[in-house]
Design a protein around this ligand. Structure first.
Ligand SMILES: NC(=O)c1ccc[n+]([C@@H]2O[C@H](COP(=O)([O-])OP(=O)(O)OC[C@H]3O[C@@H](n4cnc5c(N)ncnc54)[C@H](O)[C@@H]3O)[C@@H](O)[C@H]2O)c1
Length: 325
């Protein structure tokens, strides 16, 4: 009997796309999400409506910080031998004002997922979301998994690094196979309204001013959602082995783009020029990200394909369709 794949954060941006791809490949997927209002819940529900069109999809509104609810889910819908754990309180800037949300979802929630996997006979693989933000104040580029990451510059980054440490200990103690992916600024259709590219598109299309931090002197390794989903699924199918079966992999594009170039592509796609307010660096932010993906290429045969031109074209096409021109 094949077991359904559990996806936490299934109503979220990356969870939605990953669930959709797995359903299209014929897998059964159980999705959970607490549908919190960190950003527009209508968008989360609209994503779920699409997933619900697939017979193999089942959704439950559950908070991963609620261990009895997870135990009940495992009992009624599981057991789950493969888990893609993406539910988290995301966002660097929000963690400055709302620290406790990060502890509940990212620390207690992550521990609960580890406990559930630990108590599942024949558990196969836990794939979970870390973040490029763990590289924090590192100045050596590109960011490689071999670098020390002891200097998080936000609580969000500190919780993601803590997840990696907790996961390692569970791999060491209980042999639970795990892969942690450090995502690099993921963007695309059905994306996150709190992220810069989305805020830019919204403001430019409404003729409002966009806020450009560090006076535009920033670079980001932008990764298109389809490339991320491809990496995640390849990762899920390739569990690590050995004594402490845990690995961390970067999931980036291996291209660091200037923020102003990225904005120019959005302007072109929208056919409107941005009014820019140039501001200093924000607390918790980093100036540049750039992913070394050599290990991800070697282990998973991962090869990101989508340029920011093509990716933003797809994003803006969706944005106009969803919100209307
Ligand atoms: N998008 C990116 O660029 C990016 C970059 C680095 C890391 N990540 C990580 O990838 C994962 C997915 O990110 P995303 O961009 O899809 O974000 P998202 O906010 O769209 O998705 C996360 C989902 O998890 C749900 N959630 C949050 N706390 C929960 C809880 N306690 N219980 C149950 N559900 C909960 C939210 O309602 C949301 O739908 C997150 O772990 C995030 O930290 C994302």
């Amino acid at each position: 009997m094949s077991h359904p794949i559990l996806i936490t954060g299934a109503a979220g941006f990356i969870g939605f796309h990953t669930a959709l791809k797995l359903l299209e490949k014929g897998h059964d997927v159980v999705g959970i999400d607490n549908l919190n209002d960190y950003y527009d819940v209508t968008l989360k529900n609209a994503r779920l409506d699409i997933l619900r069109q697939h017979e193999g999809f089942h959704f439950e509104k559950i908070d991963i910080a609620d261990l009895p609810a997870l135990q009940n889910l495992w009992h009624t819908q599981g057991p789950f031998k493969k888990v893609i754990h993406l539910a988290a309180q995301a966002g660097v800037r929000y963690s400055i004002e709302n620290p406790h949300a990060y502890v509940s979802s990212n620390l207690v929630g992550h521990l609960n997922m580890l406990e559930m996997c630990r108590n599942t006979d024949g558990f196969a693989h836990l794939v979970y979301a870390s973040s490029s933000s763990v590289y924090g104040g590192n100045t050596e580029l590109p960011y490689a998994v071999s670098q020390a990451v002891d200097r998080p510059v936000s609580l969000y980054a500190a919780t993601k690094k803590s997840d990696e440490l907790m996961s390692y200990s569970y791999a060491h103690l209980y042999g639970i196979p795990q892969t942690g992916f450090r995502f690099f600024t993921v963007y695309g259709p059905w994306g996150r309204p709190d992220m810069a590219y989305f805020l830019f598109a919204r403001a430019i299309s409404e003729g409002k001013t966009i806020q450009v931090f560090n006076h535009g002197d920033m670079k980001r390794d932008f990764t298109y959602i389809d490339d991320v989903v491809d990496g995640l699924i390849k990762g899920l199918n390739t569990p690590p082995t050995g004594d402490a079966p845990h690995r961390i992999l970067n999931l980036g594009n291996h291209r660091s783009e200037k923020l102003l170039d990225f904005i120019a592509v959005i302007e072109k796609e929208l056919g409107r020029e941005a009014q820019k307010e140039l501001l200093p660096m924000q607390a918790g932010d980093v100036k540049e990200t750039y992913a070394d993906i050599s290990q991800t290429q070697d282990i998973l045969d991962y090869a990101p394909k989508i340029s920011i031109q093509d990716g933003l074209h797809e994003f803006v096409k969706w944005f106009k369709g969803y919100y209307g021109n």
